[in-house]
Design a protein around this ligand. Structure first.
Ligand SMILES: NC(=O)c1ccc[n+]([C@@H]2O[C@H](COP(=O)([O-])OP(=O)(O)OC[C@H]3O[C@@H](n4cnc5c(N)ncnc54)[C@H](OP(=O)(O)O)[C@@H]3O)[C@@H](O)[C@H]2O)c1
Length: 313
């Protein structure tokens, strides 16, 4: 271990979000870390001066930067200025304040959308900047690339330990179940739950069902992030994935099982499929000794329980 978090103070930026919430749960359970949080109302992370004063005041030993302006394809394509500018401001403010107050370790969250649209699969870290990005989320991806490069350059020029982790698709407690802006798993959970309650005999799934995707349970990601904070030494970025692929058709079957929906699942090939395969190469983090532990079946049961708690609240 290169940095033991025991007894240290950790600022979780974005602790009300899905990823930040999972890191908060994990570190609370662990019990030996002093946690620092601030809601958006208390601290707008785009405000460079306020963020600088917050770091000067709290002097965290480590920071998990899990806050970002996040959105689906429609929001991302319609407001590129907002996604680029807000994310640049937010990450520059936090990374800059961490640097100025000599925060020892920082973990910056990127995303698989930083890689070229046509990157070889499984996607390795060294495919970064080898080809054009997916145009629908290029503004968001460019902000993330700027953030991870800033961390890398600070590591190389100033000997800092600011890590950039690139997770695959995530799901689990704290997910967004909105009918139009949700990702595939929370979207299917909601639709199958509603179909179960309306006793619908069949439900349609967009596309051919054949695209392959990789999913990671968010509590497994939180364990990976804490593991990286304590153990990772390289200056460059690192992928974090489960390493397991599943077709959208098979995934829909597992979600229906977790929800208890027994109607027929029908494919609608007239709807777009998206990219045929998206798998991260996570051999680097596995070489450090980390691997995900939660099976998709188990994670989906927890995710459905979370959905029920949200709609019953
Ligand atoms: N979800 C995924 O599948 C996925 C996959 C790969 C990578 N990631 C990355 O993981 C990170 C976290 O994602 P997430 O899914 O946890 O997103 P999320 O649930 O939307 O959480 C983002 C958090 O950031 C906070 N935030 C945004 N702008 C802020 C501001 N100006 N000031 C203060 N707080 C602000 C939000 O606060 P409010 O609660 O007040 O809105 C929210 O709590 C992102 O960088 C994302 O790219 C996510």
């Amino acid at each position: 271990m290169v940095f033991d978090l025991a007894g240290k103070s950790v600022f979780i930026a974005g602790h009300n979000g899905m990823v930040g919430g999972a890191v908060l749960r994990l570190l609370k359970q662990r019990g030996d870390v002093r946690l620092i949080t601030a809601s958006r109302r208390q601290l707008d992370l785009r405000d460079e001066h306020a963020v600088g004063a917050f770091f000067t005041n709290h002097r965290p030993d480590a920071c998990v930067l899990a806050a970002a302006r996040v959105g689906g394809i429609i929001a991302n394509s319609a407001n590129k200025v907002g996604f680029l500018y807000d994310n640049l401001r937010l990450q520059n403010a936090v990374i800059g304040a961490a640097r100025a107050s000599d925060t020892e370790r920082l973990l910056f969250l990127g995303s698989s959308c930083i890689y070229p649209k046509l990157a070889d699969q499984p996607i390795r870290e060294d495919s970064l900047l080898t080809g054009p990005l997916e145009p629908t989320n290029d503004a968001y991806a460019i902000a993330k690339i700027a953030g991870l490069k800033l961390c890398e350059f600070l590591n190389r020029e100033e000997g800092r330990a600011y890590i950039s982790a690139q997770p695959c698709n995530l799901y689990g407690p704290g997910d967004n179940y909105h009918p139009t802006t949700s990702h595939v798993i929370p979207g299917l959970i909601r639709r199958f739950h509603e179909a179960k309650h309306s006793r619908a005999s069949e439900t349609f799934i967009w596309g051919t069902g054949t695209p392959l995707r990789e999913f990671l349970y968010v509590d497994d990601l939180a364990k990976a992030l804490v593991f990286l904070l304590e153990n990772y030494k390289d200056p460059g970025l690192i992928n974090v994935g489960s390493g397991e692929e599943i077709s959208i058709g098979d995934l829909a079957g597992l979600v229906a099982e977790a929800v208890g929906y027994e109607g027929v699942l029908k494919l609608d090939p007239s709807k777009p499929d998206g990219t045929p395969r998206k798998l991260m190469d996570s051999s680097k983090i596995r070489s450090y000794g980390w691997r995900s532990r939660t099976s998709l079946q188990e994670g989906l049961r927890h995710a459905y329980a979370d959905y029920l708690s949200v709609i019953e609240a």
